[in-house]
Design a binder for this molecule. Structure first.
Ligand code: NZQ
Ligand code: ZN
Length: 387
């Protein structure tokens, strides 16, 4: 087992009506609030009005219209400007992972005198960040329990995972009821995203029985509950279990002591959504089975066998390669069964920029040190197989 150093300072408040805790959570953090949100789903939910009512005696400024795959320009830049001009004390993110990720970049940029991109691109290490509280409305990214945010810069086709321990939310308010209105498309994409977070931690070396068990249970929980959520969007128990599994997914807790995997599918997907602005979870679902096929070898076989037997219940008496190939097929069919388009061309990506994207990924994502190292040619092969 590898050494590890783990600390998550984020308080999780989970369950029905936990929004009532908001005033107590906000009280020690200051009176000037930047409330961040997306394109209006929180207004339809009644959450916008609820927050205003609960924080009636606060000075609230707003940054709205934060888009999926949140953009540096205008969202991060506008948020930083408001924080500086209004001397904001705390950021309240109300929405999904994109709103929260954007809020994290704003929180760091607000305390930095230079160009916020210096921080996001790791040119400069942030010395401080504003505190962040979030009310999550979509189960997917795990941003509510991690210290990363993913920011896109359109003009350079960059989509960077900006990670810094200063960016853990102070508190995440998690009421599964707020996810009842999430569309089928986003529910399925959220499931695929969280499943891939777990797979990125499972397919590596030095794993332990404990970590493998966590991961396998997490994957099974997501598969069972996503289907239930799709059948009945107001199934509280299914939405709650999905939210819990997603929340743990990106925090690293599923893999403490494992060797680093390099998160190869995320490295590749970030380019797809940077170049084509596609939904992150859909891109991952398309890439995952093709990546699995590409890395299946004598070296990785045992992992795939364990995955196939413990996650999909494949008969362990079959030949190992038969189990592994069946496990990859099952992975594909599960994503397909929850309605995810399973080819790049289905999400508007053709072959014209594959080489350019493969080069961008090879230069920027460090996948030559992944669990199974990926060269530019490997990446291109996986992208082509995903068409
Ligand atoms: O803009 P609004 O109106 O809020 O609508 C959103 C958006 O259109 C909608 N939505 C959210 N909650 C809803 C709802 N619609 C109805 N009812 C609700 N309760 O859903 C759409 C997608 O929202 P978004 O926040 O983009 O989805 P998600 O939470 O999946 O976030 C995706 C982003 O997170 C990044 C991805 O790259 C992508 O940019 N990631 C962040 C990670 C992290 N911080 O740790 C890890 C992930 O790997 C991922 O990369
Ligand atoms: Zn992800």
């Amino acid at each position: 087992m590898q050494n590890f150093d783990y600390q998550t300072p984020t308080r999780l408040i989970f369950g029905k009506d936990v929004i009532s805790s908001l005033p107590d959570v906000m009280k020690p953090l200051g009176k000037k609030v930047l409330m961040t949100y997306g394109s209006g789903s929180i207004k339809k939910l009644g959450l916008y009005d609820k927050v205003k009512e609960l924080l009636a005696n606060y000075e609230i400024y707003e940054l709205s219209d934060i888009q999926p795959n949140p953009k540096y320009d205008p969202s991060v830049l506008d948020g930083v400007r408001i924080c500086k001009e209004k001397k904001i004390d705390v950021i309240l993110s109300v929405g999904g992972g994109s709103v929260l990720d954007c809020s994290k970049a704003i929180a760091a940029g607000a305390t930095y005198e230079g160009e916020p991109w210096d921080l996001i691109s790791y040119k400069v290490k942030a010395k401080a960040a504003l505190p962040i509280v979030d009310i999550l409305t979509l189960a997917a990214t795990g941003s509510e329990y991690d210290c990363g945010g993913v920011i896109s810069r359109t003009e350079t086709n960059d989509k960077i995972g900006y990670v810094d321990s200063l960016l853990f939310p102070v508190c995440s308010i998690l009421d599964p009821v707020y996810t009842f209105t999430v569309s089928k498309k986003q529910t399925a994409a959220g499931c695929a995203d969280a499943m891939n977070h777990i797979m990125e931690q499972y397919f590596t070396e030095d794993t332990t029985l404990l970590n493998d068990g966590f991961c396998e249970a997490g994957l099974k929980s997501l598969m069972v509950n996503a289907k239930k959520c799709l059948e009945n969007p107001e199934d509280y128990t299914a939405r709650a279990e999905m939210m819990q599994a997603c929340t743990y997914g990106c925090n690293g807790i599923y893999a403490l002591g494992n060797s680093a995997s390099g998160w190869p599918c995320h490295g590749m997907e970030h380019a797809l959504s940077a170049y084509y602005d596609i939904t992150h979870g859909e891109g991952l679902a398309i890439l995952t089975p093709r990546w699995m096929k590409h890395i299946l070898s004598d070296r990785t076989l045992e992992r795939f066998v364990k995955y196939g037997v413990n996650v999909f219940g494949i008969d362990s008496s079959f030949e190992p390669y038969e189990i592994a190939e069946k496990a990859i097929e099952e992975t594909y069919h599960f994503f397909e069964s929850i309605g995810i388009p399973m080819h790049l061309k289905d999400v508007g990506i053709d072959e014209s920029r594959l080489s350019e994207m493969a080069h961008h990924i090879a230069v920027n994502e460090g996948l030559e040190s992944a669990y199974v190292p990926l060269s530019e040619q490997d990446i291109l092969d996986i992208l082509k197989a995903s068409l």
